[in-house]
Each structure stands twice: as C-alpha cells, then as structure tokens.
Design a protein around this ligand. Sequence first.
Ligand code: DX5
Ligand code: ZN
Length: 216
Amino acid sequence: MEVVPSLLSADFSRLKEEIRIMEKVGARRLHLDVMDGHFVPNITFGPFIIESIRKLTSLHLETHLMIENPAKYIEAFIRAGSDTVIIHIEASADIIRDLKKIRELGAKAGIVLNPPTSFESVEPYFEYIDHFLVMTVNPGFGGQKMINAALSKVTLAGPYQKQFGFPIEVDGGININTIEEARAAGTDLFVAGSAVFSARNPSESFKALSEKLLSA
Ligand code: DX5
Ligand code: ZN
C-alpha cells in the first residue's frame, strides 16, 4: 500500500522543490491530472508539462486523462514520459482498442470510472488492464469530499485483481480521516492531492497518511 501524491494541488511555481520533497519522504509514484475543459469543467496541463516533470524525476508517473477522445492523445502522453496512462470508461469510444494501444506503446494501461458509473460497465475489461482507478469524487477539482459509496467498487474488483494482478487505486477526498475506510475496502494505492500539498507541511502530511496505512 502506498500514498500517491497528486500534483494538482502542488505549487507549480516551485514544482521541482515539491517533487524533491515527495522523493525524500519516500513517494514512489506521482499522479498527474490532465483536464481538458470538456470532459471535466476545468483545465490543467498536457504532454508539454509532463515532459518537463519527466526531466525532474524518475518516480513512476501515472497520468489520469480526464479528456474527451483520449485515443487521439495517448501516444503524446506516453512519449512525454508517462509510465501509466489511465483513461475514463466514460470518455473512450473503444476502450479495448485504447487499452491495447497504451500497452503496445510500452506503458501500463489503466481504466477509471466516475462515481455514478456502475461497476458492471468496467467488468468486461479487466483482462486488458494493468491499473484500476476508482473515482471517489466527481472529477475536476481537488479538495472535494469523498463519496464513500464509490468504495464498494474497490471491493467488487477484488476477485478480478486476484485473477489479473493489477493494483487498485482510489482518487478523491483521501485524507487522514478517510484513508482507513479506503484501505478497508481493499485499496492498494491512495491518491492524495490537497491532503498532502495544501497542508502546512506536505512532507509530514505524506508521512502521516503512510503511517496510518501501516498502523491499520
Ligand atoms: C480530481 C483529481 C484528483 C485530485 C484529488 O478530479 O482526479 O486526482 O487531485 O484531489 P484531492 O486529493 O484533494 O481530493
Ligand atoms: Zn486524478
């Protein structure tokens, strides 16, 4: 189990420093939130910024694509240095084709579903994935309250994880009070944006979240 800092809430004017702090405190992955202003009502960054992040760190970069028509951009995000590319079931016109493309280009293929989307809608695709992400907020913004009911999808994915071996990650509203419930559902990776970077001391905050996982 590990905490995965989401750079969405980092201070981009000191990005290098923020990444170094996460490396020093033991983070092994970084979560990168790409938003296009169409699939979600917010815009963040694209491959160009990810290329810069790639130059700053050798941590595993997981790119969460909250964009329409992800197929069109998969290659650019992998060339920019993404190790895992995660696409929304709600956004892809041909999910199997897109997951295969990610793998063919040498990255790990992830699938993600929004809180209102049923678990059944992802069930046919588990054999094609290397990463399963469950949204526990409606995507678009950091700092929202966790929708606890979405955690049932983590538990439902358990038998498929046994069969296929992918890690299960949750995204949205993870903090020192909610991380335990997410762990109990069977989560392996815990994305934390505001709980880490909006805290007074991001390093301490990352540590506290990680220790909470170990102490459970
Ligand atoms: C939300 C993003 C999240 C975001 C989580 O749309 O996908 O990755 O960074 O932020 P927190 O941890 O603040 O809920
Ligand atoms: Zn995310």
